[in-house]
Design a protein. Sequence first.
Length: 168
Amino acid sequence: MTVTRLERERPKAKNPLETVEGIANSHDWLFDRMSEDELAIEVSGRWCDFRMQFSWRADLQALHFTCAFDMRVPQPKRRDVHDLLALMNERLAVGHFDLWSEEGLPMFRHTSLMRGAGRASVEQLEDLMDIAISECERFYPAFQFVLWGGKSASEAVASSLLDTLGEA
């Protein structure tokens, strides 16, 4: 299959990191603009802190996003966590979970292709961050069950997906 170019060029998407920075400011989140194309935000979650990282790839017209947990997976548990990631990813509509092999750092990842879109909206970027934090919060207990509770991946996912009624 061959992809042909359209006669007229689509407008290039603008770097969305200015908008991301505005969102971080509006939430009083700590952030660091490492370069024109990279921005990191620290967010406190219910279970742990998260580090959201945004990288703009102008050559691809793509925004790469990660939301990393403040936890490390020890080497002996990585096979179990990979099994867990596979089960968790089956339950996601947007993005996926991954494990950074060098650091043993679990994270939610998603890349948005923006070619032809012109600009990412505040709502799109807020939705991306909300989904990431929500999914990380939802599955945080599953990591704990596997890492420290001695549970299998399937037991951990089943336990973390139980809806609780009320509050203790």
